[in-house]
Design a protein around this ligand. Sequence first.
Ligand code: GLC
Length: 399
Amino acid sequence: MLSDFAAQVQELMLANRRVGEHYQFTVPSPNSYPYQWLWDSCFHAVILSYFDLPAAKAELRTLVSRQFPNGMIPHMIYWDRSPQSGFPHIAWGKRSTSSITQPPMIAYAAWQLYQSDKDKTFLRELYPHMRRFYAFFFNERDPRGHRLVGIINPDESGEDNSPRFDMALHLPSQHPSEVNFKKRLALIERNRVCGFSTQCMDNFYWVRDVSFNCILTRNLRVMADIAKVLGHHYDAVKYDQLAEEVALAMRSVMMHPDGTMYSTYGLNYRRIEVMTWAIFMPLFAHLLTPDEAQSLVEQHFDNANEFATPYSLPTVATNQPSFDPAGFWRGPVWIGANWFIYHGLSDYGFDEQAARIKYDSERLIAQSGFREYYNPTTGEGYGAQNFTWPGLVLDMNRS
Ligand code: GLC
């Protein structure tokens, strides 16, 4: 199956490629998502690292080319607005980008490219951008120096409608998705009015998210590796130390006595005890001891009342009041989430469980095609078509 699958991925990545005078990147889906997105481009670089390194590099170069003066990389860049996709118009207060960010996966993606060809020149080119991007989080999103970064809109997590964010949006665990969308738009408006200054924004919405901080931690460790390779030894020490500090802060603030980590909201760290796939993200960030990891996997991954569905892995545990097997980020399987979990599990030596994630991802794609998300019970595909994330299965290759 794999070589056939690899050929399909290559074909899709080429069909979704967009090239202009100042850009080259891949749209996540031609009809539904016709622009450039931040963490999608990092996923694309990981996928392209298997067959087209120049395109992978072009994608990341294009991504950093619209970095803000404060170091933030916007989560959307509208390189070409002509496609009539019906994608909603959002008043970001910027002409060609959004004004919020997304999970900072860029160091991981750049490092994966470096592993393939040892091209230090490319790493050196990207380094100042990445340095400013990671500094942005500590300068702007951790104003009190707690070493936990906050997000100002659920969309920054990449999981727009996840029930992890209901409480902070003052929404019940079941509600129409249009109501959710309106709340998120209203947040953008309020933040625009207050000039996106953290001191103002953190009154409206301020979540320290588990997944986001896990992705940050893992990427800070990778930044330390990159800094070492480039001979920036002071930076390397600094990034390792920052990663350690975020890891410690996460453990002390987010860890429930039962060993599960939950996102928090508000300035006083109110724990949001909604069980989503994010409980497995501490594996990706290497935050847990082997014993803690073992009990997490036994109690939750292998639990038929929670995450052990016919197709792994539902983005929300099936026993949660918010679980909806067809709802956007409210239960279906997303291959991007599976990719993070696959790597977390295999890093800790859970080879059998990692193999199950890979096998189930392959079955979903074989049954329903390259879709945005899938029903964890029936395997039915939903949302965007010709969606790129299923290509990440190419990078589930450790077991
Ligand atoms: C949706 C997803 C987000 C992704 C974007 C483009 O908004 O929730 O994670 O980046 O689509 O694929």
